[in-house]
Design a binder for this molecule. Structure first.
Ligand SMILES: Cc1cc2nc3c(=O)[nH]c(=O)nc-3n(C[C@H](O)[C@H](O)[C@H](O)COP(=O)(O)O)c2cc1C
Length: 164
């Protein structure tokens, strides 16, 4: 989906309301995620909200040439789910110019590096910053991703786009 920014045109002084309009950047951005219990989906949706495009699961193929792919996943039984692994292995390198990884786990931070490793094996360039936060699993990391995590992932998304 083409990413749009909101351009502030000015303020109507009498009522203090800002006039704005959506401006197309021409940048093609996609969000894909794999989520078993909903935590990674929440992060994906926060990114989607920030950049005004929809977040899709890895079931939805990438058809257009994409400038930036936000790819999200989590840790299960010390590794990535085979479905996410297969998805990355089958990504078309010519369709994805760059990827930005967001991820979560109850404890293990290495999840992001696992995703990055697979992307690099496909020769897909990856943004240096990886977004990571805790994700609740039973009694561990209760309440995560929390409000703070959601704000942080939004900031991460905005900064990845700015640095493109
Ligand atoms: C079946 C299962 C296995 C998990 N194994 C691990 C693990 O090995 N290490 C870890 O840090 N977290 C583990 N977790 C926690 C998840 O990584 C964490 O809850 C994450 O936020 C789940 O993302 P999701 O809700 O998008 O599926 C596991 C969660 C589930 C459901």
């Amino acid at each position: 989906m083409v990413y749009k920014t909101v351009e502030v045109l000015g303020t109507v002084p009498e009522i203090g309301i800002e006039l704005d309009r959506e401006k197309e950047t021409g940048m093609e951005i996609q969000i894909r995620y794999y989520s078993q219990t909903g935590n990674t989906r929440k992060l994906a949706e926060a990114i989607a909200q920030t950049i005004h495009i929809s977040a899709e699961t890895i079931e939805k193929p990438i058809k257009e040439k994409t400038d930036l792919l936000f790819l999200g996943g989590a840790m299960y039984a010390f590794g990535l789910d085979p479905k996410l692994k297969a998805y990355i292995k089958n990504l078309d390198k010519d369709k994805v110019k760059k990827a930005a990884v967001f991820c979560d786990s109850a404890l293990m931070r290495s999840v992001g590096n696992k995703i990055v490793k697979l992307l690099k094996e496909k020769d897909i360039p990856v943004c240096n910053d990886i977004f990571y936060c805790k994700g609740q699993y039973k009694g561990t990391a209760k309440g995560h991703p929390d409000k703070n995590d959601m704000e942080n992932v939004k900031e991460f998304a905005a900064s990845m786009i700015k640095n493109m």
